[in-house]
Ligand binder design. Structure first.
Ligand SMILES: NC(=O)c1ccc[n+]([C@@H]2O[C@H](COP(=O)([O-])OP(=O)(O)OC[C@H]3O[C@@H](n4cnc5c(N)ncnc54)[C@H](OP(=O)(O)O)[C@@H]3O)[C@@H](O)[C@H]2O)c1
Length: 333
């Protein structure tokens, strides 16, 4: 194997258009890690935040003055091409998918702990599998936190705010699969898609303010978009209901922290507001792969970009309004 590889990288914090194709060393898998030849990487809103180092709060962890991990891409599907010491449960030549906590998917190769990877069933394309770890996993964990399909008797009514994006398109499908009556907010042009995914009612957030809805309308709300006052969200859930905050939106310094603290304060009483910090969950990823293999969940992909156009894909996600996921195919695909 060549000792160097191509990767889209940015050595300093800044905008997506500053990401360039560079030659860097092929990583050596450490203890318990495997080396993957990347076949597909799906992008996330979080990639843009980490490119910018925004909010400043993330920098002590991700690099104080420059990114510790200059190659973005957190969701990867690839083929195992080398094993580090003490690897259990992964085989050479196997196609796998998983979450890269530090990024690295926008390179020819990436090293990743084997414990975080799940085999891809033969009928699922790597471009579809790559959409699942962060976006599908976050939607799943948000619905768990809201108790959808777990805590409600009958048919819970669930509101998904921000339904047309990467996390939202999974949240709508999974909530419907869990037996919920799904209401959703998205731009009018995306309403047909969101309804096909399982929503029974859609609102354009710019034309039909949720503040106009009567109080106590929902058993659970999953807020993926942000921007709505917490008291308004709380007003919309029924007693015993839960609002889950997924969005990472907030100020440049502390990001979502002040909103999370207000959520704790406002959760006194019978309606709770719970911020989500999704984590890599291979067991959830395995269930999502089963649902995709059965055709019960369909990853929505706005566009697949060849590896040579990865910087364009990052700029596209930074511009906002992407519908579903953006996928960059690996250089060897
Ligand atoms: N808590 C966690 O652990 C966790 C994990 C993953 C992601 N996140 C966060 O979740 C958020 C969404 O991530 P993503 O990857 O799904 O981003 P995305 O693909 O960019 O989707 C965001 C969606 O929100 C919609 N939107 C924006 N403002 C809206 C509003 N006022 N009402 C309704 N919809 C609105 C956008 O549609 P239009 O712009 O077309 O209207 C878009 O569909 C990000 O803030 C990300 O940082 C958090």
């Amino acid at each position: 194997m060549n000792q160097s590889m191509q990767a889209w990288s940015r050595e300093t914090y800044g905008a997506a258009d500053g990401v360039t194709l560079q030659s860097i060393p092929v990583p050596t898998p450490g203890r318990g890690e495997v080396l993957l030849r990347v076949r597909a990487t799906a992008l996330n809103a979080g990639d843009v935040r980490l490119l910018l180092g925004d909010p400043l709060l993330v920098r002590p962890v991700y690099g104080l003055t420059r990114p510790k991990h200059p190659v973005r891409g957190m969701e990867v599907a690839g083929t195992v091409v080398a094993l580090g010491p003490d690897v259990v449960g992964a085989e050479l030549g196997e196609d796998v998918v998983g979450e890269l906590v530090g990024g690295g998917g926008l390179g020819d190769y990436v090293s990743v702990p084997a414990s975080r990877l799940v085999p891809i069933p033969p009928d699922i394309a790597p471009e579809s599998a790559a959409c699942l770890p962060v976006a599908g996993g976050t939607a799943w964990q948000a619905l768990d936190l809201a108790g959808v399909g777990l805590a409600h008797a009958g048919t819970p009514r669930v509101l998904i705010i921000g339904a047309s994006g990467g996390v939202g398109t999974f949240a709508v499908q999974l909530a419907a699969l869990r037996g919920a009556e799904v209401w959703a907010t998205c731009r009018a042009r995306n309403a047909p898609l969101v309804e096909r995914l399982g929503a029974v009612r859609t609102f354009d957030h710019r034309e039909s303010p949720l503040a106009d809805l009567p109080a106590g309308r929902f058993d659970a709300i999953v807020d993926i978009a942000g921007g709505m006052p917490l008291r308004e969200l709380k007003r919309l859930v029924a007693p015993g209901g839960t609002v889950v905050l997924v969005t990472g939106d907030g100020g440049h310094v502390l990001g979502p922290i002040p909103r999370m603290l207000r959520a704790v304060f406002l959760s006194i009483g019978s309606r709770s507001i719970r911020p989500l910090a999704a984590t890599p969950r291979p067991e959830v990823l395995a269930k999502l792969l089963e649902l995709v293999a059965d055709g019960r969940v369909v990853p929505v992909v706005e566009r697949e970009y060849p590896f040579s156009e990865a910087a364009t894909a990052l700029s596209r996600i930074a511009a906002g309004h992407a519908v579903g996921k953006l996928v960059v195919t690996g250089s060897g695909s």
